[in-house]
Design a binder for this molecule. Structure first.
Ligand SMILES: *Cc1c(COP(=O)(O)O)cnc(C)c1O
Length: 422
């Protein structure tokens, strides 16, 4: 199936007489005919569900859809994107370890990595997108567990050179983890460029209607943990799981199998079945929506570029963007619906402009069907120091516009009237 078809059809295939639409299994528990069968489930020797903290049929079918979309061997939904990033790292890193991470990533992830993981004894070594291969390699040592980047950074819209990072990671026998939230697999499939683990905040375009917070981790199945020779947590018995060896029990899906059997069991950041159902509704129209988001954002970016009250426009789809070459390589069918720009007159003018918008509303959200607007420096990224803001590609006058799927003329008219107010 092609990706547009997978969005609609993958994950749930009803059998004779079963509901046509993904059913909601709103049940914490499952019934067994024998204690022996349940014992086998606990041993991971037969597949099945035992408790919804760990897995659930509705959730599993949406996981299978996202795994198909990204081209992975397995996926695990989480209660939020933050939980997905947390578990993706903790699945490999413990106190005393470090991770090597692009500075051009979501502000919430910077917080999680730079501050909260540090309190757990895990160090994050950041590099800027301009860093050379040698500079990035110099950050990697025997305790480095993974490399991390974001396909299109929220909100700086810096495009990650995934293939380059994959080559650096693999030269050091560590996996590359990529947050693919903004493009979604409709616009970019990082696994095709060598990425090993994909993470998502499904809260954004995947749900697409600002209805449900969620996250997802996808395992490509391509990283050879045994050959790397330094991931005993995957290749040697887990004493917390009566001696299970994840690479033996789960084969290529060892990473995601461990994330579920060990970390989801212990942390319990589980999505509700109803949340997975709502996410699935969003996924069904994902390919169609992404196409419209990209068209509208391109038109908005071209309009803003010509506007005298705009000091700069950042949209990788513009030929003038320094990100354009990378965008053409990784995102040939469009980047996403988010455009950032500077309003002449700095912070005050930016705020007046935002207050004057009518169709586009101020929300702490991005990437849904409605056009919305946000000022990151005073909101989502206000915990960052000025230096971290610069590294993340954010300035005080930056307005982040999330272009929706409305009629483009209405969006442009709204922008025009707001510019007239300043
Ligand atoms: C929003 C976002 C997150 C965090 O996801 P939540 O679902 O809000 O927890 C992580 N990464 C990126 C790129 C995001 O945009």
């Amino acid at each position: 199936m092609r990706i547009e078809t997978q969005c609609v059809q993958a994950g749930y295939q009803p059998e004779n007489g079963q509901p046509r639409i993904l059913p909601i299994y709103q049940s914490t528990t499952y019934k067994y005919d024998s204690a022996e069968h349940l014992g086998k489930l606990f041993d991971l020797s037969v597949p099945g569900h035992m408790y919804t903290r760990i897995s659930n049929p509705t959730v599993e079918m949406v996981e299978n859809k996202i795994a198909a979309l990204e081209g992975g061997v397995g996926a695990m939904l989480t209660s939020s994107g933050q939980a997905a990033n947390l578990l993706a790292v903790l699945n490999l890193a413990s106190a005393g370890d470090n991770i090597v991470c692009s500075s051009a990533i979501y502000g919430g992830t910077i917080n999680l990595f730079a501050f909260t993981l540090k309190r757990l004894g895990i160090e994050t070594r950041f590099f800027t997108p301009e860093a050379t291969d040698e500079e990035i390699s110099a950050l990697i040592d025997g305790r480095t567990r993974l490399l991390f980047g974001e396909t299109v950074a929220n909100p700086a819209l810096i495009v990650c050179d995934i293939e380059r990072l994959a080559n650096i990671a693999h030269a050091h026998n560590v996996p590359l983890v990529i947050d693919n939230t903004f493009p979604t697999p409709v616009l970019c499939r990082p696994i095709e460029f060598g990425c090993d683990i994909v993470v998502h905040s499904t809260t954004k375009y995947m749900d697409g209607h600002a209805s449900v917070v969620g996250g997802c981790i996808v395992d490509s199945g391509n990283f050879d943990w045994e050959r790397a020779g330094k991931y005993p947590e995957l290749t040697e018995p887990d004493e917390s799981y009566h001696g299970v060896v994840y690479t033996k029990s789960f084969g290529r899906a060892a990473y995601i199998g461990k994330a579920r059997a060990q970390l989801m069991r212990d942390f319990g950041c589980t999505p509700q079945p109803i949340a997975a159902f709502i996410l699935n509704l969003g996924l069904e129209s994902l390919a169609v929506r992404m196409e419209r988001h990209c068209q509208n954002a391109q038109a908005v970016a071209e309009y803003l570029e010509k506007h005298p009250k705009v000091s700069w426009v950042n949209f990788p789809g513009l030929a003038s963007s320094p990100q354009h070459a990378l965008a053409q390589k990784y995102l040939p069918n469009g980047v996403c619906g988010v455009v950032s720009f500077g309003v002449r007159g700095g912070r005050a003018a930016a705020m007046k402009f935002m207050d004057s918008l009518r169709l586009a509303q101020i929300v702490v959200h991005v990437a849904d069907a409605r056009t919305s607007v946000l000022h990151p420096a005073s909101t989502t990224h206000r915990q960052l120091t000025d230096e971290q803001l610069v590294d993340a590609g954010i300035s005080a006058d930056l307005v982040r516009l999330s272009v929706g799927i409305e009629n483009i003329e209405d969006i442009l008219e709204d922008l025009a009237q707001a510019f007239d107010q300043i």
